[in-house]
Design a protein around this ligand. Structure first.
Ligand code: GLA
Length: 727
């Protein structure tokens, strides 16, 4: 068993290939965190229950424990632990204190599931689960903390369920998905921040003696902060040192907290953002808080990332496309924007086919009267002015030349200038007697309403049934404001943000069930909803609206801290780049886009013969390297800080290595770089067939592979090198 309970010491121990996680039940019935780190054989760890003396601290009425200094697995509110609580529930008397204590537990094989919420799953994987139920006498509430351990992959997931056993309704004001009290504060914390076109920059700072928070209150996980936090030791780098990662499997408002307390312990928590949340829990009802994935590595940030990648590829992404080669696509957005017709679409598709591209994606502008972003969202009917033969005929023509077909939707939105708005103004989020703010000229549909979800399900299904469409780009181009629902009573208005997310999940779940072979690529103005919740429904996500390869290197670098390359939509776009105006060679654009779900987004009809030949070669290379890129291990080698970036893919059996190098600037002299390929097998020999050089694995690891940036290379230099084991 990988989850054990020592009855005598009341200690739980959760093991996997990377870590042990240990806590106990105190005499008073609280869950006391003891250890999270490298695997330990021993379970006699009670001595780790150190409780620093604190003054002014209330003592539990159930025993000796000072609640303000114990290390908790989940912290109560209002009973003497003055750090940030994990839970706050307003009861019938108007109080929000709780005193949850141990009631019972069970351990079983397999993974728990969360009603209506995405979560990792255990198909063909070794997983064990521990469910511990705590009870609060005064409110008659049961709180179940769920832990699953992915034994071979080396990850632990946690979630929380609360049940109201009383005869009165209570209000959940806060419910964290997890809490851990670490014993010291000698950590740096890493978060992924950004903005539109500039998502998931890595930020690393030393913990101060205060509280550090990341959050979203925008209705989505957001471009601005990703629901990911990491604690690393000050000496930790990509390859050495302790690293903890925490990622919330949720696509809405979240809060991540790191609190260093008076005795230099560190509390980490993450969950739904309480600022924009309240939930009325009626008698006998249950509420599920989203899952959090926790990864520990003693071998640096790179190893932590690779564990997330393995878990998400194998146990979060689902369905027909999970392990299938995804089609190389061409998207017409940056080629035409709204200005296209059937002939132009067909012509792009035809040229794309000649180059080896496998799917055409028709982006925004094909429906209603949409010639710009001022109208028609919600009217999911084909615009016959643009596509006179109708969708089915167009798709057939494109299929006939050997290309698959995909289409763009923005299901959650509504334009005030649309038929849908004319007939159903009550369907958008709104606050009575308050004017609504537009963003990109659009309003947001009230996804907390079942009639809205049903309408969307029907109208999207109709389009998907009308032609052979295998792919949907699911966009979401604004954040939520004036968040009110005409369908909910006033005491439920603070539930909308969460109900919205549940509504989106319900719609996606119904669609992937009805169209099991549909490939959904999520998008929110680029990577504004790049989170683990979305990956459960869409195994690829458009990483950013910025496709400038130099900027993209940074964005993909930051994204890879938690999310696998196989989930990152990445396209070769026009030069100069439409977002930054910067020029980059077609080779550079190809190199960067290849480290993702590869595609093109430019008018290939306007390219030269020579450029067409380069594209053909890129497609050939991508097809050759598909497995190593999408299923291999990803090693970040150099970040972009010194104007060059380098990363490698190494196959799981370590027989193949694909090194990628990009330098952003030419220099007046050659620059010599020795790239250490840490993930190579020291006992293997590798051949670079391009120049017939042979390298020993230990040389690649310790001395490195030489990459020389030539003198005077203008706008930059790229280098890709493929090494294969030889005997
Ligand atoms: C968003 C997406 C783009 C494109 C446009 C269409 O901005 O991120 O890729 O689809 O919408 O309006």
């Amino acid at each position: 068993m990988s989850i054990t309970f020592c009855d005598k010491q009341k200690i739980f121990k959760i093991d996997n290939s990377k870590s042990s996680y240990v806590f106990k039940i105190s005499d008073e019935g609280y869950l006391i965190h003891l250890y999270y780190g490298n695997y330990l054989k021993d379970i006699n760890l009670e001595y780790l229950d150190t409780r620093p003396f604190v003054n002014f601290a209330p003592v539990s009425p159930y025993g000796e424990i000072m609640l303000d200094s114990a290390n908790f697995e989940y912290s109560n509110n209002g009973i003497g632990d003055f750090r940030s609580p994990s839970i706050s529930v307003l009861d019938i008397d108007g109080n929000n204190a709780t005193n949850f204590r141990y009631k019972n537990h069970k351990i079983y094989n397999g993974k728990y599931e969360l009603n209506g919420l995405p979560s990792t799953y255990d198909e063909n994987t070794n997983v064990e689960t521990l469910e511990i139920t705590l009870y609060d006498e005064k409110t008659d509430l049961y709180l179940t903390i769920l832990y699953s351990t992915f034994i071979d992959i080396g990850a632990i997931t946690r979630a929380v369920k609360i049940k109201n056993n009383s005869i009165t309704t209570v209000n959940i004001e806060k419910i964290s998905s997890f809490c851990i009290d670490f014993k010291d504060c000698n950590y740096d914390y890493i978060n992924l921040y950004g903005s539109w076109g500039n998502e998931r920059n890595l930020s690393r700072n030393k913990l101060g003696n205060c509280k550090h928070c990341i959050s979203s209150n925008r209705g989505t996980s957001s471009h601005q902060q990703n629901p990911f936090l990491s604690l690393v030791r000050p000496n930790t780098d990509e390859n050495i040192g302790e690293a903890y990662g925490f990622n919330l499997v949720y696509s809405g408002n979240f809060l991540g907290e790191i609190e260093v307390d008076q005795k230099n312990t560190t509390r980490v928590q993450m969950g739904i953002n309480p600022e924009t949340f309240n939930w009325e829990l009626e008698p006998q009802n249950e509420f599920f808080a989203p899952e959090v994935v926790m990864v520990y590595s003693s071998n640096g940030i790179g190893d932590m990332s690779r564990t997330f990648h393995n878990l998400y590829r194998n146990n979060l992404c689902r369905g027909y496309w999970k392990d299938r080669k995804r089609p190389i696509l061409i998207n017409n957005w940056e080629a035409t924007y709204f200005d296209f017709n059937e002939d132009e679409i067909f012509s792009i598709a035809q040229s794309a086919k000649n180059l080896g591209i496998e799917m055409f994606v028709m982006d925004d502008g094909w429906f209603g009267k949409r010639d710009n972003d001022m109208c028609s969202l919600g009217d999911w009917v084909v615009n016959l002015n643009k596509i006179p033969s109708g969708l089915n005929e167009l798709v057939k023509k494109i299929n006939d030349i050997g290309l698959e077909f995909g289409i763009w939707f923005e299901p959650e939105m509504i334009s005030p200038n649309s038929d849908l708005y004319k007939y159903h103004p009550e369907w958008c989020l709104q606050i009575p007697n308050r004017k609504s703010s537009l963003s990109r000229h659009q309003l947001v549909l009230d996804m907390s309403r079942q009639d809205v979800i049903d309408y969307l399900f029907e109208s999207l299904s109709k389009i998907l049934n009308s032609a052979n469409i295998i792919y949907v780009k699911w966009d979401m181009n604004r954040h939520l404001s004036e968040v009110g629902s005409l369908n909910l009573a006033k005491n439920k208005q603070k539930e909308i943000y969460h109900r919205y997310v549940l509504g989106v999940y319900q719609l996606m779940e119904r669609l992937v069930n009805k169209f099991p072979k549909l490939l959904i690529e999520n998008c929110s103005g680029g990577g504004g909803r790049f989170d683990a919740g979305m990956l459960y429904y869409s195994p690829q996500i458009w990483t950013s609206d910025t496709s400038d390869s130099f900027k993209r290197v940074e964005i993909q670098y930051g994204t890879s801290i938690c999310y696998p390359v196989s989930t990152m939509g990445a396209h070769v776009s026009a030069c100069p780049n439409h977002q930054t105006g910067r020029s980059a060679s077609l080779d550079a654009r190809g190199l960067v886009a290849m480290s993702g779900t590869f595609g093109y987004e430019l008018n290939i009809d306007k390219l030269t013969e020579e450029e067409h030949e380069i594209i053909k070669k890129q497609i050939q290379d991508y097809n050759n390297y598909y497995n190593i890129i999408n299923y291999g291990d990803y090693y970040r080698i150099n970040s972009v800080q010194n104007e060059q970036a380098c990363w490698a893919f190494i196959s799981k059996d370590k027989k193949e290595i694909l090194l990628n190098f990009i330098s952003l600037k030419g220099q007046p002299y050659p620059v010599y770089n020795l790239i250490k390929l840490i993930g190579a097998d020291k006992n293997k020999k590798y051949l670079d067939a391009e120049n017939e050089k042979i390298y020993f694995g230990d040389t690649l690891i310790n001395a490195g592979l030489l990459v020389v940036i030539p003198q005077c290379c203008g706008d930059g230099y790229i280098y890709q090198c493929y090494l294969k084991e030889i005997q």
